[in-house]
Unconditional design. Structure first.
Length: 129
């Protein structure tokens, strides 16, 4: 099982954020296949990613267990706003989406894909990306 996190932020350049490109990074919570999910281990992995991408402004958490590892308990598609961990990240937005595995049939419905697109566009707009 591979579980992922997408992280978006504006790259900072000397010319300022107005022309800096948006950076989107996809990271698996684990860098190896996990046969038994352990909450404590997942939380440690989430903490490592929080340190690695502490200045990211948007976090898309794929799957309920990944969201739980990051302490995001809101339903899918609901945005959690919090204070950033660093001065560079003044506002952090987190949202969980259903996992994108082939076993999850949620994404087979075009209406669900349209909803995700709409919500993600709104999230990027709110974040200024």
């Amino acid at each position: 099982m591979r579980s992922g996190v997408a992280v978006a932020s504006r790259a900072r350049a000397s010319s300022g954020p107005r022309i800096a490109p948006t950076v989107l990074v996809f990271e698996n919570l684990y860098d190896h296949r996990v046969s038994n999910w352990e909450k404590s281990s997942a939380r440690l992995q989430a903490d490592k990613l929080l340190v690695k991408y502490g200045n990211a402004s948007i976090w898309i958490l794929l799957g309920r267990r990944v969201a739980d590892a990051f302490g995001h308990s809101l339903p899918f598609f609901e945005v959690q706003r919090s204070q950033g961990l660093t001065m560079k990240a003044r506002m952090v937005l987190r949202m969980a989406l259903p996992h994108t595995s082939g076993r999850n049939r949620y994404w087979n419905d075009p209406k669900n894909i349209a909803r995700a697109k709409r919500v993600l566009k709104d999230l990027m707009r709110v974040a200024g990306l």
